[in-house]
Write a protein that binds this ligand. Structure first.
Ligand code: C2E
Ligand code: MG
Ligand code: MG
Ligand code: MG
Length: 279
């Protein structure tokens, strides 16, 4: 039947679309079940102040290994969750687990850990519900808003309505901070940033990877660090994998870092071991 519609290109194209839809549907079905059964895990990646050599907090990252599909990367299932509406219950599950966990870790610490959670732009479509959920979960888990950080990608700030900006302002008034994730990959407008309700910039790891041994290819990272300082924003570098990248960042006044050089995202148990052994 596809052949009748015209050449082999059409057949290949249709097959690709069908496989994609089929895969998406399978992910959706299995993910729905996994969320319901709470079979989604949260991993924790340390955020380090490399100047002081202390841990300042963690980023919560969801992990899902399905009985049928095996390990599925967040880059694959988060878009499915976003397009099917599952993102709300996925976020709620991850948020609860992470807040209760970090609150528990903080009981035994002199310097409490910050917790950063990724938020999807879709969640801001019903912002009053979202704000209520954040407030409720933080108070139930007894995690102070001062130690909580919302991570959003920069496009949300430029694509979205006044309602999103207002929601972020409300969250900040409540005491949480706002970070722009993957900074530099979207429609960054440096001058616009000044008026937006944000506290931190996370330099995307593509720029960090561009920092070469000879320091010749690092203008963008340098520019972001300088700009952030001018705007009085905190800056953190993502995806720091190599010692020379760390040295470059320290030299340029960016002390906060996250990446495999320090640690990969860790399960609860592995993170506890990491804390004990290092910080
Ligand atoms: P992200 O928020 O930018 O998270 C950082 C990603 O970079 C994580 O991938 C982390 O494992 C990876 N990473 C950290 N350090 C390094 C490094 O040194 N080198 C390299 N190559 N990679 C590093 P992950 O966990 O696969 O997550 C991918 C993306 O999925 C996240 O990017 C985030 O946008 C999204 N995501 C993860 N968990 C959630 C969640 O709970 N909610 C939402 N909405 N999105 C999430
Ligand atoms: Mg993030
Ligand atoms: Mg990022
Ligand atoms: Mg990302």
């Amino acid at each position: 039947e596809a052949k009748k519609q015209g050449g082999s290109k059409v057949v290949v194209y249709n097959d690709t679309i069908n496989i994609k839809n089929e895969e998406k549907l399978r992910i959706e079905t299995r993910l729905r079940k996994a969320i319901k059964e709470e079979k989604i895990e949260v991993y924790y990646q340390p955020k380090i102040n490399a100047k002081e050599n202390i841990i300042t907090g963690v980023e919560a990252l969801v992990r899902w290994t399905d009985e049928e599909l095996g390990f599925v990367s967040p880059d694959k299932f988060i878009p499915v969750a976003e397009s099917t509406g599952l993102i709300h219950s996925l976020w709620e599950l991850a948020m609860k687990k992470a807040c209760f966990q970090v609150s528990k870790w903080n009981e035994g610490r002199l310097e409490p850990l910050n917790l950063a959670v990724n938020f999807s732009p879709k969640q801001f479509q019903d912002s009053s519900r979202l704000i209520k959920q954040v407030v409720d979960i933080l108070s139930e888990s007894k995690l102070s808003p001062a130690y909580f950080e919302v991570e959003i990608t920069e496009n949300i700030l430029f694509d979205h309505s006044a309602e999103t900006i207002e929601a972020l302002e409300k969250l900040r008034n409540y005491g949480v901070s706002v970070s722009v994730d993957d900074f530099g990959t979207g429609y960054s407008s440096f001058s616009y940033l000044k008026t937006l309700p944000v506290d931190n910039l996370k330099i995307d790891r593509t720029f960090i990877q561009d920092i070469q041994e000879d320091y010749s290819n690092s203008e963008i990272s340098e520019a972001i660090i300088t700009m952030a300082r001018g705007l009085r924003l905190h800056v953190i570098a993502e995806g720091v994998e190599e010692e020379h990248q760390k040295e470059f960042l320290l030299k340029n006044g960016c002390y906060h870092m996250q990446g495999y050089l320090f640690s990969k995202p860790l399960s609860k148990q592995d993170f506890e071991r990491f804390l004990k052994e290092n910080y």
